[in-house]
Design a protein around this ligand. Sequence first.
Ligand code: PLP
Length: 360
Amino acid sequence: MNKLIIEKDKLIQNIEIIKGLSRSKIIAILKANGYGLGLLEFAGILQENGIDFFGVSNIQDAVRLAKNGFKRVLLLTPTNQEDKALLIVKNKVTATVGSLTSAIILNDAALKLNTTADFHLKIDTGFGRFGFLPSEIPQACTLLKGLENIRITGTYSHFSFAFSKKTKAVYSQYNAFIDAVNLMRQSGLQPGMLHICNSSAFLMYPQMHLDASRIGSAFLGRTIVKNTCGLQKIGYLKSTIIECKEIPKNHNIGYANTYKTRRNTKIGIVPVGYLDGFGLEKARDAFRIRDISSYIYRDIMMLNKKMYVTISGKQVRILGKINTHNIIVDITDIDAKVGDEVLLNINPMLVGPHIEREYV
Ligand SMILES: *Cc1c(COP(=O)(O)O)cnc(C)c1O
């Protein structure tokens, strides 16, 4: 049975490092099942360690957190549907408002439930996804001031390209955000808490921390930018060797005939593949400009890129391509047998929900 192992002590150390670096509040982002660590388990550890504000991208996760006693939950996705707005209001989740429609729908839901709903206003400063364009802000403020059942408690935006230092786009988005916030104030709408940084921006642009930062990947030590502050990678997969066999020199291994044995080789088969999220990491790293070529040509690059797993404390190489369900490893030089434990580096976010999580 494969298991995703999550090292709680390292996770707590990462939380402490992030708190130490922060000039303001932290909103822990828990999308994708808490970046694969398990929504409630991860939220619980964060809360025990002083982080009490959470952001999620779907209403189901927001409701789960709320029903399990987590008090401050921001839903990052605005809704234009009445049933979702009612759920938001009933569960006292902080909504995101990014359009006039989403504002009106939220207000109607709060009115129906005879209460007031909190929201954060989202501004699209250049991501091209949710949020008001800066040019729409004056009109939005006029409308929002007239909606009596919703109350603004924060204003935020999201960077599209905060992966390197001195990126012009980061400064222009930041400045557009500050300008829009000033416009809100001039229009008589107080913006509440301000936040714009995700993990990469948080690490690289401390001057942009404002009132809060939205941190996800940094908790796992798996940021797109290199971290020099001691964050450790969280999560590895534990599997076992399910078959061993000897194959001769010059024998093919795997699909597309990309690998030929150079000697008589003892192989071990390990039941971990793409479907478990293994080997997909590079695709995600394609965010980094210099890796885009390796994304497009991932399969070709895989030929050259040696990948390893750990068996009995020793690194052994993966031979041939990663399959849907299996990999083949070279155990010629180690004393390995069926049932031996195999440890694999993997980003927990890519590990499917069919794999059990174990905190150690
Ligand atoms: C995912 C997400 C974050 C967190 O991103 P990380 O880079 O993982 O820290 C912050 N804000 C929004 C709106 C997001 O969607």
